[in-house]
Design a protein around this ligand. Structure first.
Ligand code: ADP
Length: 255
């Protein structure tokens, strides 16, 4: 069988921050592939370089050593980035916030606005289109932020702890929704979280980073042995869930 071509290849990435107080080596020799439609999670102790890795892939900070390539598309594709803080503009309605990226890119076409409407329906926030962000719950705000990110049709989605500001129950609901939507749309995604259960319940593969300077300790494929991917809730109830949790926990503890 021909080998599947990666969507994204990261090779030998090493990154050092330089400041007046000295140098901080954040990442060392990071290499991995991400395949089309794959949803991978990055876990690791605080300060091990998870956000730095996403920022390098997003192009927010320049690559110093190593490289990032997109073998199946050539150049860098459209990338969506979702953060812990939703950064919704309080003076714009929910709909106006969602179409902001399209407006800036002068891509407010009929197709795009139809997609936005469809996503808002899917997410149950169509009724809040004319509301202002302050009128929404934390979970609804994160849903609006995701739709704003998806509206520009990203081919790669980077998520940096997008649920960590939410209370536990909302976090479960929103992560379940977001996981399902991203999967249904088959968007290749890379997701940073410090919550192991969240990572196991959503991801196809988990990249475990070791303590600073961050390095790849292990890459663990998640497979619940089902023909179709289980929902995050079903995954949490599966007997293999605890096995994965223990495996990753041991990796992190032996750091
Ligand atoms: P994580 O997301 O895993 O918590 P980060 O990528 O935020 O880790 O940070 C990795 C290391 O790099 C940490 O030690 C952090 O203090 C340091 N760091 C992050 N950003 C900067 C910066 N702009 N200047 C200097 N050091 C930084």
């Amino acid at each position: 069988m021909p080998k599947k071509q990666p969507f994204l290849s990261v090779r030998n990435l090493t990154h050092t921050y330089h400041s007046k107080s000295g140098e901080t080596r954040a990442l060392t020799d990071i290499s991995f592939d991400l395949f089309p439609g794959e949803f991978a999670a990055i876990v690791g102790p605080s300060g091990c370089g998870k956000s730095t890795l996403l920022d390098l892939i997003a192009g927010f900070i320049p690559v110093q050593s190593g490289y990032i390539i997109y073998p199946s598309s050539g150049g860098q594709p459209c990338i969506g980035y979702m953060l812990q803080k939703d950064h919704l503009l309080e003076y714009r309605t929910v709909y106006q916030n969602i179409i902001l990226g399209l407006e800036i890119q002068h891509r407010l076409t009929k197709d795009r606005t139809n997609l936005v409407r469809e996503l808002m329906e899917d997410y149950g926030i169509a009724d809040f289109a004319n509301a202002y962000p302050r009128e929404l719950s934390g979970g609804m705000r994160q849903r609006a932020a995701l739709i704003r990110t998806l509206a520009v049709n990203p081919k790669l989605l980077l998520l940096d702890e997008p649920f960590s500001a939410l209370d536990y129950q909302t976090r479960l609901e929103v992560s379940e929704d977001i996981g399902n939507i991203i999967r249904r749309r088959k968007i290749t995604s890379l997701f940073v979280t410090h919550d192991l259960s969240e990572a196991i319940s959503i991801a196809d593969r988990i990249i475990v980073l070791g303590r600073r300077p961050g390095y790849i300790r292990k890459i663990i494929p998640i497979d619940f042995g089902s023909d179709c991917r289980l929902s995050p809730h079903e995954s949490r109830l599966h007997p293999k869930f605890q096995e994965y949790f223990d495996q990753i926990w041991k990796e992190l503890k032996s750091e």
